[in-house]
Design a protein around this ligand. Sequence first.
Ligand code: GDP
Ligand code: IMO
Ligand code: MG
Length: 423
Amino acid sequence: MTVDLLLGLQWGDEGKGKIVDVLTAGYDIIARFQGGPNAGHTLEFDGIKHVLRTIPSGIFHKNSVNIIGNGVVMDPVVFQKELEGLEKFNIDIKSRLLISRKAHLILPTHRLLDAASEASKGKAKIGSTLKGIGPTYMDKTGRNGLRIGDLELDNFKELYRALADKHQAMIDFYNVDLQYDLEELETEFFEAVEVLKTLTFIDSEEYLNQAMKAGKSILAEGAQGSLLDIDFGTYPFVTSSNTTAAGACTGLGIAPNKVKEVFGIFKAYTTRVGSGPFPTELFDEDGATMARVGNEFGSVTGRARRCGWLDLVALKYAVQVNGVTQLYMMKGDVLSGFETLKVCTAYKYKGEETKHFPYNIEPENVEPVFVEKKGWAADLTGIKEYDQLPAEFKDYVAFIEQELEVPVKVVSVGPDRTQTIYK
Ligand code: GDP
Ligand code: IMO
Ligand code: MG
């Protein structure tokens, strides 16, 4: 069997968690391939709202196995809290969740280094979630990191101490005012490590390749979004992993020729949390309306998300880099009530119009070129069939398909599992 990928095409929070949950019934295995607890994937069903951080969004389905892949970075402390949050659902976590030995560990000092690095940047800060993501991936590529498999070694504590002491010197080097009690953080960490060790660690690349041979179907769940990709995102205002399709191959040990469908998830408008350029950002009443109606507050940090019109230049770029085969448009319901909708179809880049996503998208280089589409007034949240959607909504979708040259297969009209319409 092959692997299907599910990826965010914008700056994260597109609604990936909801769609993984919707699609899980059709898969044997759901596997997260990158990122860590900077992610917050929201699922809503049966009146319950739940936010997942490191655990794949297939965990609520009885028949699926969930895998945390080698490309993920895991914080035992956050993971322990995540498990506690799931207790009330009586999920057999031990048999349904498997963790790659090659996934890297986020240490308390990685979190402190994140905070120190951001503090030292002042106004130029990335707007990181401060979960230690950057420093942990730096240790991975710097060949200093500790992995889940190291928890099985007798000398783990020694390895930990050596790395934490090195981090301590680096934190001191930043020379910023950072208040912390490392001993307390370490006690919490080692308690959480004991909980983590009750789970099953596997060689996940072997497990997944054997599963494919045995005919099992796999859905790879991306975190963040393409515009936060370490290579293709709006660098340096990005995360520290490859959020795009290739990241699923390296983050799971799956060969590129095993990938079949690539599901690209995007919002009907655009949001971004944290710093960095955002050409279609709105600073007016329309942006405030999107934020209010769309409840645009970060699921991890609670920070207000910046809102703006749909950007097809950026989306086309993401579609291309990922090889998207099917589009899923989320939060269409949030746009109800706008008389006119703007869609960015090109950038004026250094005076010339372009449809190519350029190296530099800071406001001094890029001005969005918009076309206007007629809006719709109807509330979409109760609609079940595509045919029942307003003509203006269908025109909006058709325009996106025409510009991106990829079909929109699903539109989402509310946060609940059931508010999902197949086209
Ligand atoms: P993810 O990180 O991509 O999984 O997305 P988040 O969970 O961080 O953010 C998406 C937010 O939008 C969550 O609060 C979802 O419950 C909500 N959501 C998802 N789809 C829809 C939709 O179609 N309409 C509305 N109104 N909310 C949605
Ligand atoms: P999900 O999976 C939205 C953003 C942060 C910051 C930048 C770097 O829920 O879509 P990091 O903590 O990785 O060092 O932060 O990336 N960011 C996200 N924005 N959704 C996410 O994940 C994000 N994960 C990181 O706000 O701008
Ligand atoms: Mg999120």
